[in-house]
Design a protein around this ligand. Structure first.
Ligand code: ADP
Length: 289
């Protein structure tokens, strides 16, 4: 079972000729609404991969449709909290080369009641997985409580903030971050990634796949990503992480779980959208990379 203390956002996605420069006003050529947020994306990815996943998060009064959407993908939302203010939402510009720029309003995602999270985690079994990212409050508290209950704790260091990673590091079994975040963390802590005080680190490398580092030995293993034509990289890392967790939760070895995750991530970048564009396990299997 996977538990996800994660954000739930309404994504407003604007197609633009290029990412607007400071001071520039630019007309978008299309607008779509969808379910997003790193947390929700990871929950959908894990559920699409076939895992049992419970989402621990919050939406505002305007967020009922997002809970319904999560449930439609098979995510357990019994512990999703309701807040009076607005739900988290994101304004996403995607250019013709599939690059994106995102403005985020956290809303209910930063108003999660931690007592309720603690009560939910009381129902977890040792060996279950907890995933958190940096779009909610309560990351450190949840990680510490999960660890105390014998869960394996995974953290996706996005959006990157050195202080947030530093605070949660002592409670982690696995840290997942992209290449830019890895450089930022290494610089902020003055420590090479291979020497972080976390047993396992996975660095995603976009089209180049990912590296998996076992810090006890410093061993670095590489997994290639399949070659695809990228049209929208939104949610690639979240798809990767959700599938990685699903693989681990069903007992796959790290190498096999990473292979599954890179394939799912590659399929995602070939499609427009966030949560709603995350491929199913069947689609990943059929892609025959
Ligand atoms: P993030 O979205 O967090 O920046 P990455 O860009 O590293 O993360 O992408 C996460 C994963 O998605 C990669 O490890 C890879 O498996 C897949 N992926 C991303 N971009 C591509 C691409 N252009 N071609 C194939 N796979 C990709």
């Amino acid at each position: 079972m996977i538990w996800n203390l994660g954000s739930i956002n309404a994504d407003h996605v604007y197609a633009v000729p290029h990412i607007p420069a400071p001071g520039e006003t630019l007309a978008a050529t299309a607008l779509t609404y969808g379910l997003g947020g790193k947390g929700a994306n990871m929950s959908v990815a894990a559920a699409r991969a076939g895992a049992r996943i419970a989402h621990l998060g919050a939406v505002g009064a305007d967020g009922g449709w997002m809970v319904e959407r999560l449930e439609s993908y098979g995510v357990d939302c019994a512990h999703v909290q309701r807040r009076e203010g607005p739900s988290g939402h994101a304004i996403i510009a995607v250019d013709a080369r599939a690059e994106n720029a995102i403005t985020l309003f956290p809303g209910a995602n930063r108003e999660i009641d931690l007592d309720a999270v603690k009560q939910a985690l009381d129902k977890a079994d040792p060996g279950d997985l907890l995933i958190t990212q940096n779009e909610t409050n309560g990351q450190v508290e949840a990680a510490a409580q999960a660890r105390a209950r014998g869960l394996r704790v995974v953290y996706a260091a996005a959006p990157f903030e050195a202080g947030a990673v530093r605070a949660v590091l002592p409670h982690l079994d696995l840290l997942v971050l992209n290449e830019v975040e890895a450089q930022q963390l290494s610089q902020a802590l003055g420590t090479p990634i291979e020497e972080l005080p976390v047993p396992q680190v996975v660095v995603t490398l976009g089209a180049a796949g990912c590296d998996w580092i076992e810090t006890a030995t410093g061993a670095r293993h590489h997994v290639d990503a399949p070659r695809v034509e990228a049209v929208d990289t939104t949610g690639a890392g979240d798809t990767f992480t959700g599938y990685l967790l699903a693989g681990l939760s069903e007992g796959l070895e790290m190498q096999a779980a990473l292979k599954l995750a890179t394939q799912a991530g590659a399929l995602k970048v070939g499609r427009h959208g966030a949560a709603d564009a995350i491929p199913s396990r069947e689609e990943v299997a059929q892609a025959a990379f």
